[in-house]
Design a protein around this ligand. Structure first.
Ligand SMILES: Cc1ncc(COP(=O)(O)O)c(C=O)c1O
Length: 395
């Protein structure tokens, strides 16, 4: 039976990353996978995480299953982190959430909830979006439509195109939005544009589904959640998929939250019961380690402070790299790279063709996706000059 199954191609991003790892050229620059890397090229463990982990190691008395909805301190901490402790939706008790295995698990739970409410619903996704959205949501049975989002000519959001396209989204449809630090393009909506999306959702009745995997890596924790908070205040219903992979560095611990903003408390509780049945069908119980760490950080004021300072340093470093990269690329190529500085988070399209990206790989050991998406956090003082010169050489 199993011998009929053919080998499948590697995931394009992970495949390229594996190719980069295997490349032994000394000048190699790997900007493929979306993980934060420090000046030394290492994806670091936060001090706050180390401290929380040390506390857990002494306090933990069991490895029994977590309750199906996960760690309480994590769930309530994440709601406050996402919405702000005084958000009217929280005070109105119309918010609920469950722990999920990473942002991916949260996206999948959200998709299951959507499918349970409207089987085969259409999800409007930005063009482009994170490619993994399609298998994660599509395998549940949801359909897709695209809305215009990134304009390569301006390196910014084509908001007029987005609004025109979303005029066709109606009640029963879902609009997937990147909460901040858009992956892959780094171009985010302004707060005024989020308000227009809220107007449209109100008038047309579509359900926003917000994927927020980079809170704190754009402008700061509160600033990056401003659009989400505005929608949660204005609209009766919202689904949020959040991840602690990047902003707490808990990638391998699979730590995420699916949060529901509902009409009322009864509906919020009903959605938890739906999410738990969906989780039971897929993985039963969420993993404990990451959420225990994140729950400890979010509920302990000293650890929370330590974490926020570390995250702010990360955010400042990314923004500093953006401006350094702009300066170096402009000096090396004589072209305009101002857009890199305007974008948010870890990603940017450099605006190269697939052929130029492949020449960079083959001739210079500089790895980026064929779309020319780079992970800005993979740039450092040791590789920035070589990167700028290599890009200029293929332009
Ligand atoms: C846009 C986006 N959403 C969600 C995720 C999910 O991350 P994870 O499942 O690792 O928490 C990622 C990770 O790269 C992402 O880029």
């Amino acid at each position: 039976m199993l011998d009929q199954l053919q080998r499948l191609p590697a995931d394009p991003i992970l495949g390229l990353a594996a190719m980069a790892r295997a490349d032994t050229r000394a000048a190699k620059v790997d900007l493929t996978v979306g993980i934060y890397m420090d000046e030394t090229g290492v994806c670091p463990v936060f001090d706050a995480v180390r401290e929380a982990q040390a506390m857990l190691a002494t306090d933990e008395i069991t490895k029994a299953y977590l309750p199906p909805a996960g760690v309480d301190a994590f769930n309530s901490g994440m709601q406050k982190l996402l919405l702000g402790a005084e958000h009217p939706a929280l005070l109105g008790a119309r918010v609920s959430s469950v722990q999920a295995p990473g942002g991916c698990g949260a996206l999948r739970i959200g998709a299951e909830i959507i499918h349970a409410a409207t089987p085969g619903a259409t999800v409007w996704v930005s063009d482009p979006t994170w490619p993994v959205h399609l298998p994660l949501l599509g395998s549940v049975g949801l359909q897709f439509s695209n809305y215009r989002y990134y304009d390569p000519a301006t390196h910014g959001v084509n908001f007029q195109g987005m609004v025109e396209d979303l005029k066709s989204a109606g009640a029963g449809d879902v609009v997937l939005l990147h909460g901040c630090c858009h992956n892959p393009c780094g171009a985010d909506l302004s707060l005024a544009q989020w308000a227009v999306v809220a107007d449209m959702a109100e008038a047309q009745g579509f359900l926003p589904f917000i994927d927020i995997a980079y809170q704190g890596l754009g402008d700061g924790l509160d600033e990056d959640a401003a659009g989400l908070r505005l929608l949660a205040e204005r609209l009766p219903e919202l689904i949020v998929a959040a991840s602690c992979s990047k902003n707490m560095g808990l990638y391998r611990e699979r730590t995420g939250a699916a949060m529901f903003v509902c009409r009322d408390q009864e509906n919020a509780e009903a959605l938890v019961s739906q999410a738990l049945v969906a989780a039971r069908r897929i993985y039963s119980m969420p993993p404990a380690h990451g959420a225990l760490i994140a729950g400890k950080i979010l509920s302990d004021s000293k650890l929370d402070r330590t974490w926020r300072v570390e995250l702010m340093e990360m955010c400042a470093r990314i923004n500093g790299l953006r401006s350094d990269l702009r300066t170096k690329l402009e000096a090396a190529s004589g072209r305009d790279f101002a857009f890199i500085e305007k974008e948010k988070g870890m990603f940017s399209f450099l605006g190269l063709s697939a052929e130029q990206a492949s020449r960079l790989r083959e001739d210079y050991a500089v790895y980026m996706l064929d779309s020319s998406r780079i992970n800005v956090a993979g740039v450092n003082a040791g590789n920035i000059d070589y990167l700028a010169e290599s890009v200029a050489a293929v332009l």
